[in-house]
Design a protein around this ligand. Sequence first.
Ligand code: ADP
Ligand code: MG
Length: 377
Amino acid sequence: MRTLDELDVEGERVLVRVDFNVPVDDDGKISDDARIRAALPTLRELRERDARLLLAAHRGRPKGRDEKLSLRPAAERLSELLGEEVALAPSLDDVPDGDVVMLENVRFEPGETKNEPELAKRYAALAGAYVNDAFGAAHRAHASTEAVAHLLPSAAGRLLEREVTTLQGILRDPQRPLVAVVGGAKVTDKIGVLSAFLRRADRVLVGGAMCFPFFKAQGHDVGDSLCEEEGLEPARRVLDGGGEKLRLPSDLVAGRELSADTEARPLDGVDVPDGWMGLDIGRRSASGYAEVIRDAGTVFWNGPMGAFELEPFAAGTRTVAEAVAECDGVTVVGGGDSAAALAQFGLADRIDHLSTGGGASLELIEGKALPGVEALA
Ligand code: ADP
Ligand code: MG
C-alpha cells in the first residue's frame, strides 16, 4: 500500500476520499464528529505540504439527489475544526476554486456505487493526485474509493494507513496472549471474525445475543432471548471446531422485555425460562472475561456483551470495557455499538486503537481483501 510519504502533493489539488458519514440530528446538528476529527491528521499534513484539498465523501444511502443527505453539515464542522473556509461544490460541473472544497455526497451520482469508470474519470479530471483516507468505506468498490485510484497518482491517508497496519498487525504478529472478545446481536455478522480468531487467537470470549444460537445448539433453553435462527448451523460448526479456546458465558442477566424498567434478575446458568430473555452476561462470566482480558498481550474487542443501552443490562459490557481499558497490552476495538459503549462509559480515550470502520475492520480481520486498499497497492 502506497502511503503519503510516497506521493507528490506540493502545489497539487488532491482529491481526498474521507469517511464523513456522521450522524446528523433533524435540526442539522452533528451528534458525533469522531469520523471528521479522525481525518484531520491527513488533511492538515496535506495543507502543510502545500496541497489544495478536494474532499469526496458519502452520507447515508440516497437514491439520487436528496437535500436531507447533503454534506453541508460536515463541511461546516470541518471548517470549524480546520480553521479554514470549506466551500461545498453543488455538482461535479460546478466546482469552485478554493484551498479546501468539498464535493456533494458522492452517492448522489448514480455511477458511484456501481464503480463506474466514466464517473471516476470525472473525479480524476478535477485533481492531480488521489488520497484515500476513508477506511470505513474501503470494503466497497465504488467510483470514489476504487476506480478513481487507478486514474491518478494515489496513496493511503494516515488514518487508512494506521487502521490497516494496526488490524493486520494483530493478525500477523500479535503480542501474546491474543484475546478476542466478540459479542453483539447476530452470530452471522461475526462468524467470519470468530473463525479467523479461532485460528489465530489464544482465547475467544463470546457474549451478547449471539450466544443464544450456541446455547440452543447445546440444547439449552433460550426462552424469549434474541436468537438468530440462521445462526444455529454456524454456531454448531464453531462449537465442533472451537475446542479449548472458545469461551461462552456461564451465567446471565435476564429481563421480561427489552426495556430499562422491565423486571430483571440474574440467572445462575444459561437456561433462560419461558417469558424471559437473556439480556446480559452474568457477573461471574464478566469477571472471568475481565481477568483474561487484563492479562492479554493484545485484545481485539467487537460487539457488546448485552443490551448495554439499558442500564439494568449494561454491567457485563461495562466490566469488559473497563478490563480492556486497564489492559497493558495492545487494545483494539471495532464496531459502532462497541465504540458507543466505550463512549457511554467514558473509556474511549483509554483504548489504543478505536477503529472507525465497522464492516471494513471485520472484513480485514476475516482476511478479505478490501477493494479500496488493493487499489493503492
Ligand atoms: P457492533 O456495532 O459493536 O459491531 P452489533 O451491532 O453486532 O455490535 O450489536 C450491538 C447490539 O446488540 C446492541 O444494540 C445491543 O443492545 C444488542 N445486544 C447485545 N446483546 C443483546 C442481548 N442479549 N439481547 C438483545 N440485544 C442485545
Ligand atoms: Mg452495530
